[in-house]
Design a protein. Structure first.
Length: 351
């Protein structure tokens, strides 16, 4: 198996910089659209054979060094008792919005093998298919990011309802976050038990907070998940799986993020990677951080950007190449193929 990604996560010597891409299984690929044309999004998420099929597509097409299972960060919301729908052009709709004691009290911490077994079955299928190829990455939304969707009822521009709950009713927010945190902890534990060889915690909306509020209202719940998973892995596994923590709009929060306990840190494109490493500390594993929309540049210009990221990452203990967020649906697939080739070629050690 190509274990370059796992070695990089552990800070070990690698022959080249590994690369995977957030949303690498997605609408920019014609092969994905062919499958998606026959099934709605949630059906794909809940059908292990379909989820595995689209997870595998970029492994052969792009030659990336890891497969991230096809799913969605909002799957646990439905398992907790909230209605979940996806509509083209509107994104996710969650109902009822969780904004008062009554709706919070109706939520429960589910058994992931009962309520989300299809995710674990997808991982088990992928491990069989990819046994001699690349590792499988599992994932979940961070508690805060999950909470924003549950409270707002979907996406938001200013997260008014989320911040109002935090500031006006902190005890209700804590009750909600305790339930979400317990759910995500068990969900990630189940993914690891099913065979995930690394997991990523997505805090897409963590950057909406000041450092003070992030430290008080976001970070403790992420720390709890990581601490509990590491404690469990230390007794149950001979080699713990790496935990990657990705926060959107990272730049203002790096000093806080580095205390999370994660093994690697996803960095978005709004800060130079060497500056991020200086603030995180040179003994870190970083992931990132090419601007996703730079994939619309001519390929020679993309190569210049790749060289720059690789050069800036050289001061870290380990580096996993990625975009600073997910690849967008309009991206030319041939540029993504070229990106992976560039990263492998330009970073390969000689001699």
């Amino acid at each position: 198996m190509n274990d370059t990604f796992l070695k990089a996560c552990r800070g070990e010597e690698v022959p080249y910089t590994p690369i995977w891409i957030m949303r690498q299984a997605g609408r920019y690929l014609p092969e994905y659209r062919a499958v998606r044309g026959k099934s709605d999004f949630l059906t794909m998420c809940k059908t292990p054979e379909l989820a595995a099929e689209v997870t595998l597509q970029p492994i052969d097409i792009l030659n990336v060094d890891a497969a991230i299972m096809f799913s969605d960060i909002l799957i646990p919301c439905e398992a907790m008792g909230q209605g979940l729908e996806f509509h083209e052009g509107k994104g996710p709709l969650l109902s009822p919005a969780i904004r008062d004691e009554e709706t919070v009290n109706k939520l429960f911490v589910p058994d992931p093998e009962d309520t989300m077994k299809f995710v674990m079955d997808t991982i088990r299928l992928l491990r069989k298919e990819l046994a001699d190829k690349v590792p499988v990455i599992g994932f979940a939304g961070a508690p805060l990011t999950t909470a924003t969707y549950m409270i707002e009822g979907g996406t938001s521009k200013n997260f008014l309802n989320t911040k109002r709950m935090i500031f006006e009713n902190p005890s209700l927010y804590k009750t909600l976050m305790d339930k979400i945190t317990a759910t995500i902890t068990e969900y990630l534990r189940a993914q690891i038990s099913a065979g995930a060889q690394a997991v990523q915690i997505f805090d897409t909306w963590g950057g909406i907070f000041s450092p003070t509020d992030f430290r008080e209202h976001v970070l403790p719940y992420v720390k709890r998940i990581i601490d509990e998973l590491k404690r469990w892995m230390s007794t149950e596994m001979s080699e713990p799986v790496p935990i990657i923590y990705f926060v959107g709009e990272t730049a203002g929060l790096l000093e806080e993020i580095k205390t999370s306990g994660a093994d690697a840190f996803g960095v978005d494109w709004r800060i130079n990677l060497d500056d991020a490493i200086t603030r995180l500390g040179s003994d870190v594993i970083v992931q990132g951080n090419l601007d996703p929309l730079s994939m619309f540049l001519p390929q020679d210009k993309i190569e210049e950007r790749v060289k720059d990221v690789l050069s800036r990452a050289s001061s870290a203990r380990g580096h996993i190449f990625n975009l600073g967020h997910g690849v967008v649906p309009q991206t030319p697939p041939e540029n993504v193929v070229a990106l992976v080739e560039m990263v492998h070629r330009l970073s390969r050690k000689t001699g």
